[in-house]
Design a binder for this molecule. Structure first.
Ligand code: PNS
Length: 170
C-alpha cells in the first residue's frame, strides 16, 4: 500500500489583525490539509497596529484547541519559507474579483520562483466577502462596532490597545 504523505499548507499574510474572514479560511483549510501553518509576515517597512508577537499570540489563542493549525512568523521569500515547512500548497483567501488581480500576480510569481508549490485560492463564507483588517481598524478607530467581524480575543485586544494597556491573550 502506498504510504500517505502529510499535506502541508502555508497560509501567509499580515493579519493586522486576524479577522473572522481569516478564521473562516483557516478552518476550511484545516479540513483539507493535515497541517496548515498560519505564517505572519515580519515586514519592517509596514507600521502595523499590532506587533508580530501580539498577532502570533492572538492567533494561537483562537486556534489553541486545533492541533492541525500552527502559527509562525516568516521573513524573506514566501516560497523559501514554504519549502522550510515542507509545504506544497500556499493558501490564500479570495473575497471578490477585486482581490483577483493581486492574488493571480502573486500566485504566478510564486510558481515561477518555485514550480512545485501550488497556490490554492479559497472563498470565505459570503458574509465575510466585504471584511478586511483595514476596515476593522478604521471602524474601531472611529467608534463603530466590530462585533462579529473579529474573534472575541481580537476585539478585547483592540480595546486594550485603545486604552493603552499591555495584555496577554491566551
Ligand atoms: O495579508 P497580505 O498583506 O495580503 O499578505 C501578503 C503576503 C505576506 C502574502 C506577501 O506580501 C508575501 O508573500 N510576502 C513575502 C515576500 C515574497 O515572497 N514576495 C513575493 C511574492 S510573489
Amino acid at each position: 500500500m502506498a504510504s500517505r504523505v502529510d499535506r502541508v499548507a502555508v497560509y501567509p499574510g499580515t493579519f493586522d489583525p486576524l479577522t473572522n474572514g481569516h478564521v473562516d479560511i483557516i478552518r476550511r483549510g484545516s479540513a483539507l490539509f493535515d497541517r496548515i501553518v498560519v505564517a505572519i509576515l515580519v515586514n519592517p517597512e509596514k507600521s502595523p497596529l499590532f506587533t508580530v508577537e501580539e498577532r502570533v499570540e492572538m492567533t494561537r489563542a483562537v486556534f489553541k484547541t486545533q492541533p492541525g493549525v500552527e502559527v509562525d512568523t516568516f521573513q524573506g521569500l514566501l516560497v523559501d519559507y514554504a519549502k522550510k515547512q515542507e509545504a506544497d500548497v500556499i493558501v490564500r483567501g479570495l473575497r471578490a474579483i477585486s482581490d483577483f488581480e493581486y492574488e493571480m500576480e502573486m500566485a504566478l510569481m510564486n510558481r515561477r520562483l518555485s514550480p512545485t508549490i501550488e497556490t490554492v485560492l479559497m472563498m470565505p463564507a459570503e458574509s465575510y466577502t466585504y471584511l478586511s483588517s483595514r476596515l476593522v481598524k478604521e471602524i474601531f478607530a472611529l467608534g463603530g462596532s466590530i462585533r462579529g467581524l473579529v474573534p472575541d480575543v481580537v476585539e478585547a485586544c483592540l480595546e486594550k490597545k485603545a486604552s493603552g494597556d499591555k495584555h496577554h491573550y491566551a
